[in-house]
Design a protein around this ligand. Structure first.
Ligand code: HEM
Length: 246
């Protein structure tokens, strides 16, 4: 018995994934333009998102469906706390403020947790599978762009309990298997895929709100050059590229 939810999610969010990779913020990021002000604001908003998501998933850990995708070993809240202390200092808690889009994202998580908790699966998928995939390439870009002291500043991208590429691959297989083994009707599958697309939109809105901070420090001509061309998308199957998912 399989719901094929893993494949439904991958295929059902391909276009959203490509659109996210093609935001100006991400295009600059991938080309090594990582500015500390927008980057630390991104981490602050991810902190608010993950602390909400992880508290709500924990609350539903005994739920017959949601509980099956509760894997506290991938939780990001404490790694984000370490990074925020590094970028903002010890009083980071008093300094971080949600962006408008960050608040909308947090509010959505709280709303579905109360009204329709199976939709939390969509949010777990969208963030954690991304962190375990493309996030690993981003880590190296950030480290060299910001010239970070060793072991500081990219804890968010490090999984102590899943340290190697091999272990990450294995974990992703376990996670996909857990998605596939959920007993769900077609209407619920469609709602979860739709919510995952909305999760991509929420993420896109956060980085779009940070675009002004990037523009403020990047030469307009360079910015135009870096954001001109669209990427095919890392989760899109195509014939010649190297970016076909493993
Ligand atoms: C622009 C930077 C990004 C790059 C270069 C990138 C790259 C990739 C790659 C190469 C994969 C395939 C890995 C695999 O199948 O094992 C992947 C998967 C994934 N990414 Fe991204 N990604 C980026 C941003 C994001 C963002 C911002 C999100 C969500 C907020 C995200 C969510 C996902 C998800 C959910 C998957 C899993 C797809 C599946 O079901 O197999 N990615 N990404």
């Amino acid at each position: 018995m399989t719901s094929h939810l893993a494949t439904r999610l991958r295929e059902g969010t391909q276009r959203s994934h490509t659109a996210t990779e093609n935001t100006a913020f991400m295009k600059c990021f991938l080309k090594g333009i990582v500015e500390v002000v927008p980057f630390k604001k991104l981490l602050a908003n991810l902190y608010l998102v993950y602390s909400t998501l992880e508290a709500e998933l924990k609350d539903h850990s005994e739920h017959p469906i949601v509980g099956k995708i509760y894997f506290p070993e991938i939780n990001r809240q404490s790694s984000l706390e370490q990074d925020l202390a590094f970028y903002y200092g010890d009083d980071w808690r008093s300094q971080i403020v949600p962006l408008k889009a960050g608040q909308v994202y947090v509010d959505r998580l709280l709303e579905i947790s109360n009204t329709d908790p199976v939709l939390l699966i969509a949010h777990s998928y969208t963030r954690y599978m991304g962190d375990l995939s493309g996030g690993q390439a981003l880590k190296h870009i950030i480290r060299s762009a910001l010239d970070l002291p060793c072991d500081r500043g990219t804890t968010f991208y490090e999984f102590d309990q899943i340290p190697t590429i091999e272990a990450k691959k294995e974990f992703k297989e376990k996670y996909r298997h857990a998605l596939d083994s959920l007993i769900l009707d077609e209407a619920t599958i469609l709602r979860i895929v739709e919510e995952a697309n909305y999760a991509f939109t929420l993420n896109r809105n956060v980085v779009d709100e940070l675009e002004a901070d990037v523009r403020a420090v990047v030469d307009p001509h360079v910015f135009a050059l870096l954001t001109k061309q669209d990427r095919v998308g890392s989760t899109t199957h195509h014939h010649h590229g190297q970016a076909v998912p493993a």
